[in-house]
Write a protein that binds this ligand. Sequence first.
Ligand SMILES: Cc1cc2nc3c(=O)[nH]c(=O)nc-3n(C[C@H](O)[C@H](O)[C@H](O)COP(=O)(O)OP(=O)(O)OC[C@H]3O[C@@H](n4cnc5c(N)ncnc54)[C@H](O)[C@@H]3O)c2cc1C
Length: 495
Amino acid sequence: MRDTGYDVIVVGAGNAAFCAALAAEERGARVVVLERAPEDENGGNSRFTAGAIRFAYDGIEDLKKVMPDLSDEEIANTDFGTYSEDQFFDDMFRVTQFRCDPDLVELLVRRSLETMVWMREKGVRFVPIYGRQAFKVDGRFKFWGGLTVESWGGGPGLVDGLTESAKERGIDVRYSARATDLLTEDGRVVGVRVKHPGGFEDLYAKGVILACGGFEANPEMRTRYLGPGWEMAKVRGTRFNTGDGIKMALDIGAAPYGNWSGCHAVGWERNAPEVGDLAVGDQFQKHSYPFGILVNALGKRFVDEGADFRNYTYAKYGREILNQPGQFAWQVFDQKVTHLLRDEYRIKQVTKVQAETLEGLAERLEGVDPQGFLAEVAAFNAAVREAIPFDPNIKDGRCAEGLAVPKSNWANTLSEPPFEAYAVTCGITFTFGGLRVDTSARVLDTDLRPIPGLFAAGELVGGIFYHNYPGGTGLMSGSVFGRIAGTEAAQGLRS
Ligand SMILES: Cc1cc2nc3c(=O)[nH]c(=O)nc-3n(C[C@H](O)[C@H](O)[C@H](O)COP(=O)(O)OP(=O)(O)OC[C@H]3O[C@@H](n4cnc5c(N)ncnc54)[C@H](O)[C@@H]3O)c2cc1C
């Protein structure tokens, strides 16, 4: 085999890729990271995130291992609660309807805390997500939904921290370098063909780690695998995740795995651009729907907005919106709850209407049947169990009953003007189907035998998410499996 100076090639330069690269380097490997995007668009979907990351912790002592700079005041003023491994397992099994691969989930959950500590040692800083995951109760912040920590500086902070850490350790990072094919010799992966502005080049190494995202930015693959209509979804993140890594591996006999017709997709600003805009990041999302109602073109509600905490419903409601006539919906709120709306509702680039009366609002909801909307609100208002106290920190059981589509928690009448409404469509985040890996992150072939020299981590690994997803798990999955892939690839030549 020709030596081009590297032991491990990592394809992609997002969170999973850098965790893989850093783990391989830690084991003494000479590592190169190949990134398709030019440097000014680097970071993949990881850069678009808020950096929210889910891991199991038993209380403040575990959190201090991840955030050693938590102040005494923060600790005194916050109820961080706990998020046990059992809760993490329960969340994974429940939201995936018990489809997720138990061996992979075992690693995801049990390695989550130690991987956070490891990332921290590699220079990533973490802070509590006060803004999005905690409400103040009696002067004290209380976290909810099992999601407590984000990277400092959000997604950009995470990617920049990892990139810097990699470069400091002598890892080469090449931008505008698109892997197009896997090179094989006698059934072993020995390198990749790379396309860069100057042409093509073959790079050789002992191990290749694919960490180059799913196929969410590829309208042809979306339509083929997710189904009709998906070509019309907006892409929330990078335009570069077009399924290259998955295709390259399938081409040499890798096994497809997981929920190929499933994806993470949310309610997203209706007039957002076709693909993500780094200047806006994740702020096109509109995640406060549990406190209002969602109506379609007929004026009808079509999901239980309060079925669960937002972290456990948002990733599947994008599909519900895509399935509505015209692929859009309006989120409607009144003044009793507008103070609870997340910061993303206050950006410039929102499609928002406001009115002093419901009739006035009905006229302004573009594309919506006004009479249908008014009838729906009247029925909804009459169904709210107002005797049950409203509490955004818990699943309060304050429901709207007896409707075709019930609302299970946080139901409030729409009665206090001015009324506000926000237009959303479906924004796809990432795809769930991908490659099959074993617990050493080795890519398996269709006979379920490891393909020597090939590893995978991050979005392009299948079998972890089905139907739905607990918020903050994408980054954790990339970190845990990236670290495993890097460690295993550097150990060399297990086949
Ligand atoms: C708007 C938004 C908000 C999100 N918020 C969160 C959150 O707060 N918490 C959370 O856990 N998850 C969040 N997610 C999901 C999260 O982004 C992903 O789960 C995670 O970042 C995936 O990491 P990755 O390293 O697998 O992929 P990416 O970070 O997407 O990295 C893949 C990289 O591979 C590159 N690439 C593609 N093809 C090639 C090729 N042929 N050759 C070389 N390079 C290639 C891409 O350019 C990209 O840089 C969010 C996603 C979006 C879009």
